[in-house]
Design a protein. Structure first.
Length: 380
C-alpha cells in the first residue's frame, strides 16, 4: 500500500470517528420512551414509524434540468452579496421593561417571535445562538442577530413548531432553561427537551387538533404540510401550525409550510385577526414543503385574515433567492389583492390592540450604496 493511500485512509478514519463522536451530542437526537412513545403510537398521523401529512407530499422535486447535486451547487454559487444583505434594519425593544398589560408581538428575524398576551409571555422558535448544528454554517445576516439570550426575560411558554435546526436551537434553549416555565411542542419533540434537562411535567406535547388552555388563552394545534428531519430519520417528530385565541382575538401561526386545502376549514372555524405566514427560503425543488411567492396569495384569500405578517425571512440564506425578493413580491401582491400587510423590523414592537399600523417597507432601507460599501470593506 502506498503512503498516499495509507494517509488518505487514516484521514478518512479520523474524520469518520470525529463525525460519530460529534453526532452523539444531545442537540442531534432523542428517543421517546414510555408514556411519550404510547402517545405517538396512538396518533392517527403516525403511520409505519413516520408522521404523515394529510395530502401526499414529496420531499424533493428535482428534475432532469435541476438534479439534486446541481441544486446544492446553485446554493453555494449564489450565496453572494444580494442573497446576503450587508445589514438588516432593526429597532431595539427592551423586553424587561415591557408593560405586562400590553398584548404585543416582537419579531427576532426568520421565524422567532416574542409574544405577550394577557400578561403571559410566549417565545416561539427562538434561534438566538445558531440556526445550524454546525456553528460556522447558516450564519445570520449582519445586524439580524444583535439580540442574544441575555435580552430575553422570564418566559411562561416556549413554543416549538417543529425540530428543524433553524426553529429548535439547542444552545438557545439551554441558555434560557432557567427562564422557561413550560414548553409547548408536538409529538416526539418533547424527548429532545427531556434529554436537555426539562422535567416531563413541564413539557406539553400535542397532536393535531389538540387544545391547551391557560385561563383566557386557548392554543389549538392545527395541521401543516411539511416534514421533519433532525439527523438520519425523516418525519419521526410532528410539525404543526396553531391558532391562539384571547380577548376575542385570533392569531394564526403557520410558517415553513406549503399550501393545502385545510386552510379552508380553518377559515370556517375562526375569524382570524393576524396570520403569520411563511414568506422566504423557498425553491421550486421544495414546492411541496415550502410556500412559493405565487402560492401565498391563495392561502391569504382562503384564511381571510385581517392582517398578514410575513415570516421565515431576513435572517438566514437557506435558499438561492435574493434576500428581499419574497418581501417585494408580497408587498406588490398586497396592493393588487387588497390585503393588509404588516412588516415590522426586527425587534420592533407590534401592539395587537393598535387602531392603526404604519410600519415601513424595511427591505427598502437597505440601499445600493450599502452593498457597495460592503464590497469595499471586503476588498480591504
Amino acid at each position: 500500500m502506498s503512503w498516499v493511500l495509507y494517509r488518505i485512509l487514516v484521514i478518512a478514519w479520523i474524520l469518520a470517528l470525529i463525525f460519530i463522536i460529534y453526532i452523539q451530542h444531545p442537540l442531534f437526537w432523542a428517543s421517546p420512551k414510555w408514556k411519550r412513545l404510547e402517545l405517538i403510537k396512538k396518533s392517527k398521523h403516525f403511520v409505519n414509524g413516520q408522521f404523515k401529512n394529510l395530502s401526499k407530499t414529496p420531499l424533493m422535486t428535482y428534475s432532469k434540468i435541476s438534479p439534486r447535486w446541481n441544486s446544492w451547487l446553485n446554493l453555494i454559487k449564489k450565496a453572494k452579496e444580494w442573497v446576503r444583505p450587508p445589514r438588516i434594519p432593526s429597532i431595539k425593544t427592551d423586553l424587561f421593561s415591557l408593560d405586562r398589560t400590553i398584548d404585543c408581538l416582537v419579531w427576532f428575524g426568520h421565524s422567532s417571535y416574542f409574544m405577550q398576551l394577557w400578561g403571559k409571555r410566549f417565545l416561539i422558535d427562538p434561534t438566538l445562538v445558531t440556526g445550524s448544528p454546525v456553528p460556522f454554517i447558516n450564519k445570520p445576516f449582519p445586524c439580524a442577530d444583535v439580540y442574544k439570550t441575555p435580552d430575553i426575560p422570564a418566559i411562561d411558554y416556549l413554543i416549538i413548531t417543529h425540530d428543524h435546526y433553524d426553529h429548535l436551537d439547542y444552545f438557545t434553549v439551554k441558555a434560557l432553561r432557567n427562564r422557561i416555565w413550560k414548553v409547548i411542542c408536538w409529538l416526539w419533540v418533547g424527548a429532545h427537551f427531556e434529554r436537555w434537562g426539562f422535567i416531563q411535567k413541564d413539557i406539553i406535547e400535542m397532536d393535531w387538533e389538540d387544545q391547551f388552555v391557560d385561563n383566557w388563552i386557548t392554543i389549538t394545534s392545527l395541521p401543516a404540510r411539511h416534514f421533519s428531519w433532525r439527523l438520519f430519520s425523516p418525519n419521526n417528530t410532528l410539525w404543526s401550525s396553531f391558532m391562539v385565541e384571547w380577548d376575542k382575538k385570533c392569531i394564526y401561526i403557520a410558517w415553513d409550510w406549503w399550501y393545502d386545502t385545510f386552510y379552508r376549514d380553518i377559515w370556517k372555524k375562526w375569524k382570524i385577526d393576524f396570520a403569520i405566514l411563511e414568506n422566504g427560503q423557498y425553491s421550486k425543488n421544495w414546492r411541496y414543503i415550502h410556500t412559493l411567492p405565487e402560492q401565498l396569495p391563495q392561502t391569504i384569500k382562503e384564511l381571510w385574515a385581517k392582517y398578514v405578517i410575513p415570516a421565515h425571512n431576513s435572517k438566514y440564506a437557506l435558499s438561492t433567492h435574493l434576500w428581499n425578493e419574497p418581501l417585494e413580491i408580497l408587498s406588490k401582491e398586497a396592493k393588487e389583492n387588497w390585503f393588509n400587510l404588516l412588516t415590522p423590523k426586527i425587534w420592533e414592537l407590534l401592539d395587537f390592540n393598535a387602531k392603526k399600523y404604519s410600519f415601513t417597507n424595511r427591505w427598502e432601507d437597505v440601499k445600493d450604496s450599502d452593498y457597495l460599501f460592503m464590497n469595499f470593506v471586503k476588498k480591504w
